[in-house]
Design a protein around this ligand. Structure first.
Ligand code: DAH
Length: 342
């Protein structure tokens, strides 16, 4: 016998040590355990040998067969593990990372105020309605008891289209649309953009945001109006507020009021913020005029109601201490992001 078992075993161990790929491992398997492999060579010689020798060689071959197979299996497992580790490092992904690297968005201060108002009124049984920005003269003025040549139209000059449509000057048309759609008793609010032909300065813009409200039922009085206004302001400013009513003229309410809130900064003593009066003018409101109820096909002898309109930009400016309305509409994200609540 040219080679003895020891030599073959050593050669196998030596080669196995150098194996670093699956393919090489399969080659070694063929070389040592294959049909024409090293161990098969021993078996070829058996015919010429004595029984005793045959048994001895058979035993040795079997021992090596088992040993080689074990070692090859073990090595195969190691290679698999290595390969897995390498792939894990190369193909690792962080599933918590944002693949598009977008910056988180934030709510605009006026949207924050609007959400707060909507939530507060919905909790009190009001429905949130929407209305078109482009209105007819009927919904914006006539149905609201503002006749064609009434001077009140001058106070709300706006942008007209050639076909007679206009950009709505207030959210009050939502009252009419709401009454047409719903039957009393009804509680509605309507937030949205409004437009006026105004010169822009720190407190005026040609586009701003209002929040309209209306409640119609039997026996509604000014006491209901005051209750809802106080609740609304308390929610927005997160504190108890004191309010007062002054007479105010709006053709769609009778009586009509300007509702003021005691200045939260100075407590009414008078400061820069309230222009030394101690009160801040905030809400136009009143008891819905019978002509408006009629325009909404509601019988004024049976039902009464209150209505109000409040400027949301003004509320946002007060809540977030913003002194100029213009950056609110400027589209500058670094400004609006300052009020971020994600
Ligand atoms: N529409 C009025 C404005 O833009 C605000 C207003 C006043 C709304 C009285 C009302 C109201 O609903 O009752 O100046």
């Amino acid at each position: 016998m040219e080679k003895n078992f020891k030599q073959v075993e050593n050669a196998f161990r030596q080669k196995l040590q150098e194996v670093s790929e699956m393919k090489e491992l399969e080659d070694i398997k063929v070389q040592f355990l294959g049909k024409k492999g090293e161990l098969a060579q021993f078996m070829k010689q058996l015919k010429e040998l004595s029984n005793e020798k045959k048994a001895e060689i058979g035993k040795g071959v079997n021992r090596l067969k088992v040993l080689f197979q074990e070692k090859i299996d073990l090595h195969r497992e190691e290679l698999k593990q290595q390969d897995y580790k390498q792939r894990m490092q190369k193909e690792w992904i962080d599933v918590t990372t944002d693949p598009y690297q977008t910056e988180p968005g934030s709510w605009h201060p006026v949207s924050l105020v609007q959400q707060k108002l909507e939530d507060s009124f919905m909790a009190m049984g009001f429905q949130v309605l929407d209305g078109p920005h482009i209105e007819t003269e009927y919904y914006n003025f006539e149905a609201l008891n503002i006749a064609a040549h009434h001077p009140a139209r001058d106070m709300q000059d706006t942008f007209y289209f050639e076909d007679g449509h206009l950009l709505r000057t207030h959210t009050s048309p939502i009252q009419i649309r709401g009454m047409e759609k719903l039957t009393p008793p009804l509680r509605i609010v309507g937030p949205g953009k409004v437009f006026r032909c105004e010169r822009t300065d720190a407190s005026h813009d040609s586009c701003f945001h209002q929040f309209e409200g209306m409640m119609i039922d039997k026996d509604i009085s000014v006491a209901h109006l005051i209750y809802f206004m106080k609740t609304m302001l308390g929610e927005i400013f997160e504190s108890d507020v004191e309010v007062r009513l002054r007479p105010g003229y709006f053709p769609f309410v009778e009586p009509g009021f300007e509702l003021d809130m005691r200045c939260l900064l100075c407590g009414g003593k008078g400061c820069k913020f309230c222009k030394k009066v101690g009160w801040i003018e905030l809400i136009g409101c009143g008891m819905v005029h019978p002509n408006v109820l009629k325009a909404g096909r509601i019988d004024p002898t049976v039902y009464s109601g209150f209505a109000f309109g409040i400027g949301m930009d003004r509320l946002a400016m007060m809540k977030y201490d913003i002194t100029d309305i213009r950056p609110l509409h400027g589209g500058n994200l670094s400004f609006t992001r300052c009020f971020a609540v994600q």
